[in-house]
Design a protein around this ligand. Structure first.
Ligand code: DGT
Ligand code: CA
Ligand code: CA
Ligand code: ZN
Length: 589
């Protein structure tokens, strides 16, 4: 997506936050937040679009289009600047703290003069919170935990942000004269759930033109270090990029080394030493004679150590080296295995695009099936009703019938022309109440093709109650998938406290899938828990949870998460053919 769009979206979002903080109209705030999402996802550069084209963006009316024009001309807009004048930037940073909403952040600013996370910590430690209405001892300890979480996120970015930066770097540097190969390395190549800095490896005889291209890139704000083998810069967004350039002959050894993880590399080097070899970023050498043995490809390096090539997503020293030696590495689920998406939204609730547009985009991806799962009424901000849901169902059935007649329209990427048209499933995303019940009576739920059920409130129940809540939801014969099970947001909101083994047993027993939510801010269920869940007999739905067309592309991060959890296609219901999926969705009933 164009960078101007990200900047404009950030300003609209800030305006939405500040509106809520100053006690403004929450619906107005939501309109701006939704427009921000659509702007960020828009394929064309909004700073170059005329007003008429801006108003074609979902959620952008005349007034927001005017703000976008103002942003394009001046870098901000007057109403935002007015609000900024009232509220220091540090106060808005307070809203980043898990467990502190915008109104309460403003209250702390007004009553205690707290205007940054650091000042909040100091105020809590000085016991000042006791004097603020609505903040007890419990909120003090919760806020401290939130501050810790914020600090531990310190400077790390989400996978999609790192991937975008790497793509820009790779496009720029690969155009430099003499660039023979280039690829991401480090935690980005391993698809870790957050990335500290972006590592890029290139091969060239002369590194100078490549390094020069990096430092001259418009996105480069600061050159941290410039040398012939490694140059580090910081982007305007504050993200560090390390570019390393090696001779083509050591490509494989260097890629292996700079992909990491460090623990994986330690394990591999131990293995080399035991075979009287020495492994470095330059190659695998005979320890005694110093003679180079292999270095051109990663496959050769692993093979010479007696190992199958290990996919980067597995290189975390969690048993992959042993499995590679024994030839028992899993056949990981791939992007191309995915046949559909079972959790998506439209502008009937908080999505940015219409049902028709989302379905057309899904069809373009070549999916065999696609579920629309807008929010259910207990998430009151979404203003859902039975009538609206039934009207949407009718629309879905009509769309399905039309595509039956027309055959598979669009430009299916992967499926043969003879494939049947994409099946449309009508679903919903239910809210799991503290007692485990969900929106709507069973008779109404039975009318859906698929129900996702998620926790959207009461994140702090004690473990026993939280576990009971999930188990009750699993036992509901109409609940097929537990959405974003731990409800964590990476670096923002901690996971809920639930007895995972018990949850896994309940899922396996009741035929309820756990979601692997592919949104890069969620990646939930996290990869660290997937093997235990799979071993307990759980199946998984990798879903985009898309709220905009561009977010359908997040599927890749869900697949990478599943891979990091060693999952195969068979573990993932969204890879199954429709008849097998339909059978699963019946929950044995
Ligand atoms: P990050 O940036 O914190 O998300 O994580 P990584 O894994 O990208 O770490 P980074 O950027 O410090 O280094 C990239 C890779 O380079 C790392 O995964 C392994 C390798 N590497 C870097 N420094 C060392 C080191 O001192 N020892 C070893 N064994 N490997 C290193
Ligand atoms: Ca890194
Ligand atoms: Ca690095
Ligand atoms: Zn959702």
């Amino acid at each position: 997506m164009p960078q101007a769009n990200d900047r404009a979206a950030a300003l609209l979002d800030e305006y939405a936050d500040l509106t809520v903080m100053t006690g403004g109209d929450p619906f107005r705030a939501r309109v701006y937040a939704r427009a921000a999402r659509a702007v960020a996802a828009h394929p064309l550069d909004v700073s170059e679009l005329p007003p008429t084209a801006l108003q074609q963006i979902p959620g952008v009316g005349k007034s927001i289009a005017a703000k976008l024009a103002e942003i394009a001309a001046s870098g901000s807009f007057a109403e935002l600047e007015d609000l900024r004048a009232d509220i220091p930037d540090g106060v808005r940073q307070l809203t980043q703290i898990p467990a502190l909403g915008p109104r309460r952040a403003l209250q702390l600013y007004r009553e205690l003069g707290v205007s940054s996370p650091a000042e909040l910590r100091a105020a809590i430690e000085a016991g000042q919170l006791d004097n603020v209405r609505g903040f007890g001892a419990k909120s003090a300890s919760k806020l401290l935990r939130g501050l810790d979480l914020l600090a531990s996120a310190g400077g790390r970015v989400l996978l999609n942000v790192a991937a975008q930066t790497a793509a820009t770097v790779i496009t720029t540097v690969s155009a430099a004269p003499g660039c023979l190969r280039i690829a991401p390395a480090g935690s980005l190549r391993r698809a870790a759930e957050s990335v500290g800095d972006v590592d890029v490896l290139a091969a060239a005889a002369d590194s100078a033109p490549l390094m020069a291209a990096l430092t001259a890139m418009p996105e480069t704000a600061e050159v941290i270090a410039a040398g012939p083998t490694k140059t580090s810069v910081r982007t305007a967004a504050g993200l560090q990029v390390d570019l390393r350039v090696v001779p083509l002959d050591c490509w494989g050894a260097a890629l292996q080394y700079f992909t990491g993880s460090q623990q994986h590399n330690v394990r591999i080097r131990e293995l080399a030493v035991r075979q009287k070899l020495r492994l470095s970023e330059y190659g695998l050498f005979d320890a005694e004679s110093g003679e180079l043995i292999v270095s051109r490809t990663e496959e050769e390096v692993y093979a010479r150590l007696g190992l199958a090539w290990i996919p980067p997503v597995l290189r975390e020293d969690t048993g992959e080296v042993d499995a590679a030696r024994r030839g028992t590495l899993p056949v990981l689920v791939q992007d191309s295995d995915i046949r559909g998406d079972l959790h998506t939204h439209t502008n009937l609730t908080d999505g940015a695009a219409s049902l028709e547009d989302m379905v057309a985009a899904a069809r373009d991806r070549g999916y065999a099936y696609y579920a629309i799962t807008d929010h259910a009424p207990n998430l009151v901000m979404q203003r859902m009703t039975e009538e609206k849901m039934l009207a949407q169902r009718e629309q879905v059935r009509k769309l399905a019938a039309r595509s039956d007649q027309e055959g598979n329209g669009g430009s299916p990427a992967r499926r043969p022309a003879t494939a049947p048209p994409m099946a449309l499933l009508h679903g919903t995303e239910l809210n799991i109440a503290p007692d485990g019940s969900v929106d709507w009576p069973a008779e109404f739920l039975a009318g859906f093709d698929v129900c996702v059920a998620s926790v959207h409130s009461h994140f702090d129940l004690p473990r026993q109650q939280m576990t009971r809540r999930f188990v009750t939801a699993c036992e509901n014969p109409n609940v097929n998938i537990i959405g974003h099970p731990l409800t964590r947001k990476i670096g923002r909101r901690p996971p809920v406290d639930v007895d995972l083994p018990e949850l896994f047993r309940a899922c396996a027993r009741t035929g309820t899938a756990l979601e692997i939510n592919a949104h890069p801010a969620r990646l939930d269920l996290p990869s660290a828990h997937l093997r235990a869940a799979r071993d307990a007999g759980v199946k998984f739905a990798i879903d985009s949870d898309a709220h905009a067309i561009a977010e359908l592309d997040n599927m890749q991060y869900g697949v990478a998460t599943a891979q990091r959890g060693w999952l195969t296609a068979d573990d993932v219901i969204t890879t199954w053919p429709l008849p097998r999926l339909t059978q699963f969705l019946r929950k044995g009933g």
